[in-house]
Design a protein around this ligand. Sequence first.
Ligand code: NAD
Ligand code: TYD
Length: 354
Amino acid sequence: MIFVTGGCGFIGSNFIIRWMESGLGAVCNLDKLTYAGNAQNLSRFENNKDYTFVKTDINETERISNLFKDLKPKAVIHFAAESHVDRSISGPKAFIETNIVGTFSLLEAAKNYWSKLNEADKNNFRFIHVSTDEVYGSLTEQEDAFSENSNYQPNSPYSASKASSDHLVRSYFHTYGLPTIITNCSNNYGPLQFPEKLIPLIIERALEEKELPIYGDGKNIRDWLHVEDHCDALIAILNKAKPGSKYNIGGINEVQNIEVVKNICELLDTLQPRANKKSYFELKTFVNDRPGHDRRYAIDPKNLQNDIGWKPKYTFTEGLKMTVNWYLQNRHWVHSVKTGEYKNWIQRNYGDRS
Ligand code: NAD
Ligand code: TYD
């Protein structure tokens, strides 16, 4: 049994699907179901005895402590977070409450449980904290990619809250010996991503014949990683990484935003041409820049390759094509998210079941 927090979000859902479909054991998914949590993503496991869903805030320490006592997990994979930079600019409070205070609450519950285990179980326990490359701040085009030793220089309330949580996790290893591992991953893309993030947002707006908003000059660079590669890296880290270690996970895939938008439009031009035969790229619109917009992120994943033997499987060309196809083939999922119908699913399917 492992605990996954935030398992109804984009990466958490993909992780649980990969874990369960690889037959790696039982999962208890702890998720508050914010706007970003979609329990329907995991509906295929509804009657699977190895899958348990608990709707809870990670801040409910007593409840989480009881779950630890009852279910005795061998690991926690901590995804739960507020994750969207733009939302952190307009409303930072939830980011402090979940990303910082929530991580602290979860660490406390994990430490109390872990400290009472026998020596063998103590040694085998892992707390994996899933964090972001955004904690390192922004690179110029000339600077080397982020390494695990890069300074923390967060620039948005989101990245500051994740940086803070990284520090707490690190301190629980050094002070209490809790076997934690921190991972800092670059931008993910793939199936089940909420259409507020760049790639699904552009796909959806293009299909709706709406303007495609590009912040600033469109030359900001992100290092894109397919979500399946991220999930495989986390599973490898869970199996092989030492307590107290920290790994950067990246796609070796630096692309300017304007190129990302162009690539999506070119794929859509082929897969679902517009009625007027023009390219979707003509819908692009340069809009005011995001305040504090980081210019470039790039990850040097060589430690992960050398120590753990992981490297990404998908090129950006392959991964983006798969992703655009997924959004075209899963219109019911998009519809359910856009209409808010996904929020009713839990009541419809679980109803009054305990
Ligand atoms: P997401 O926003 O899609 O999902 C977050 C999930 O956490 C949702 O299911 C939500 O309901 C849940 N949640 C939020 N607050 C909670 C709380 N207080 N208690 C319990 N559950 C709560 O996020 P994502 O894109 O899947 O990201 C997952 C993790 O990976 C985050 O920690 C994020 O910082 C990190 N990360 C994301 C990316 C990326 O590109 N998306 C890249 C690197 C790291
Ligand atoms: P986003 O998907 O929000 O991820 P992050 O901010 O965590 O990197 O944004 C990716 C890049 O795309 C980022 O440089 C901001 C830019 N962007 C746009 O240009 N337009 C948009 O509408 C959005 C949401 C993002």
